[in-house]
Design a protein around this ligand. Structure first.
Ligand code: BES
Ligand code: MN
Ligand code: ZN
Length: 487
């Protein structure tokens, strides 16, 4: 989508639609006030009659408004002015974009008024994300991305950052939304290689023989039940000083999770194409980091596997040997994500990275604990974790830390047969048990784990987003990379 700065004032701006923002309980300000004057007080009249309130995400389309050049003036509620932040900016712009993208439009103009750079950036990202849906295979499309998006404002750098973030989120969303017969380990690796080429990243792909040579026994065990061979993809962006230790971003890329022999019930399996969202998210993040030329070295590692129940499938009771020599007793083949990540985290440690962040649709337990919209955060290093939490807050992405008390949780993955088992004790504390398992493979390096099982994929649409993949945490990771680069 073509994004450019709008040079004309709202009344003169020729467009299919112009979006203005209104705070709850306030009179029109900025461009909304200009629109009000040009339309002979149309907005203030509607506000007075309480037809428009400015309540968060309220939408009021005014068709063919007199006195201004646009075909449609769309008023979006921004909620209370004191509570406006980058998160609200993202969602408000997305709400408006989603509504407008219900029809094909050559030109949509956004006049959301004065904002800080971070809010501008997030609002533009929201506008770009809001007008893409999950209708990839529908003859009759539900969303039509604008031919051109005009943005009223002067901060060109923020507009560019917003565009890059929105496009990177859509890259992530597209990969997650595509069906599992299109996105399997090899094809996903090819797509990553395309992204690498497009933004000048180094790209290394480990195929099955290489993974065997590299002793990735845990990842390989999960792959055995599938006719699709696994891949490990390593991407490098070198924007920082030569030799300065990188930030490692690790993603769970289970392209379909049937549960394996511990087969999932059909309803739970339906959306399991989303189980590669962690990998798609870190790919979206490095895409943005590279396009923004952030001064940091980043290495991305993607573990791609399909978890199936074919004749060679790994079994309950099997004992696997991970790359770092740890032995793992398999108690449930549906706890496959941690087995894939075990080996990938070992490789991440060996790259010499300074810090590791992993993203994974890892546990249903995390969704039980925090609901569908909040990311679970677990760490062995509070300073690194704080940067991630602050970044999430700055972008308005809900994230909450769960404890990792050694005395309470270290024992729950003990096995009688091997060093550890791949599940915790019964159903309690399942998200933390998974994190405790992962912790065994980071060799004490500063590491933060993000469980995105809830927020990565929407079963039902939100006012600001169609159902399906959300692209959550792409903005947060880019913000965190920015902070790490300047610390
Ligand atoms: N991919 C699932 C977790 C998941 C659940 C992702 C819901 C997205 C939405 C993961 O591989 C899984 O199956 N985890 C099990 C672990 C259990 C067997 C210890 C779970 O959460 O039930
Ligand atoms: Mn599973
Ligand atoms: Zn899974």
């Amino acid at each position: 989508m073509n994004v450019s700065i709008c040079k004309t004032a709202l009344p003169q701006c020729v467009s299919d639609a112009a979006v203005v923002g209104l705070f709850a309980g306030e009179q029109p300000a900025g461009p909304a006030a200009e629109a009000d004057r040009a339309t002979d007080g149309l907005l203030s009249k509607l506000i007075q009659r309480q037809e428009i309130t400015g309540k968060k995400f309220e939408l009021t389309p005014l068709l063919a408004p007199p006195g201004i050049a646009t075909e449609q003036l769309l008023v979006v509620g921004l909620g209370e002015q004191a509570k406006f932040d980058a998160g609200v900016a993202f969602r408000a712009a997305a709400v408006a974009a989603k509504q407008l993208a219900g029809k094909s439009r050559a030109k949509a103009a956004f006049f959301l008024g004065e904002m800080q750079a971070k809010e501008t950036e997030n609002a533009i990202a929201g506008a770009i994300v809001g007008c893409h849906g999950q209708d990839i295979y529908r003859a009759e499309k539900k969303r039509f991305p604008f031919g051109e998006l005009l943005w009223a404002g002067s901060d060109e750098a923020a507009v560019f950052r917003g565009q890059v973030l929105g496009e990177s989120m859509n890259l992530t969303r597209r990969l997650v939304n595509e069906p599992p017969q299109e996105i399997y380990p090899e094809s996903f690796a090819t797509r990553a290689a395309d992204v690498a080429k497009q933004c000048g990243l180094e790209c290394e792909i480990w195929d099955q023989p290489r993974l065997e040579k590299e002793r990735c026994g845990s990842l390989l065990a999960v792959a055995r039940g599938s006719a699709r061979p696994p891949r490990l993809v390593i991407l490098r962006y070198n924007g920082g000083k030569t030799g300065s230790p990188a930030l490692a971003l690790v993603g769970k890329g289970v392209t379909f999770d049937s549960g394996g022999l511990s087969l999932k019930p059909s309803e739970s399996m339906l959306t399991m194409k989303c189980d590669m969202a962690g990998a798609a998210t870190v790919l979206g993040a490095i895409h943005a980091i590279a396009r923004l030329k952030l001064p940091i070295n980043v290495v991305v590692l993607l573990g791609r596997v399909e978890n199936m129940a074919g004749p060679a499938a790994y079994k309950l009771g099997d004992v696997l040997v991970a790359r770092n020599g740890r032995t793992i007793e398999v108690h449930n083949t549906d706890a496959e994500g941690r087995l894939v990540l075990a080996d990938v985290l070992c490789v991440a440690v060996e790259t010499g990275a300074a810090k590791i962040i992993d993203l994974a649709t890892l546990t249903g337990a995390c969704v039980v604990a925090l609901g569908t919209e909040t990311v679970g955060v677990m760490t062995n290093d509070q300073p690194c974790c704080d940067v991630v939490l602050e970044s999430a807050q700055r972008c308005g992405e809900p994230a909450w830390q769960l404890p990792m008390f050694p005395d309470v949780y270290d024992e729950i993955i003990n096995s009688e047969v091997a060093d550890i088992k791949n599940v915790g004790d019964g159903r309690w504390g399942g998200a933390i048990a998974a994190a405790k398992f992962l912790e065994q493979f980071v060799s004490g390096k500063p590491w933060t784990h993000l469980d995105i099982a809830g927020p990565a994929f929407l079963d039902k649409p939100k006012p600001w987003l169609d159902g399906g993949a959300t692209g959550c945490m792409v903005r947060t990771l880019v913000e965190a990379a920015d902070r790490f680069s300047s610390s």
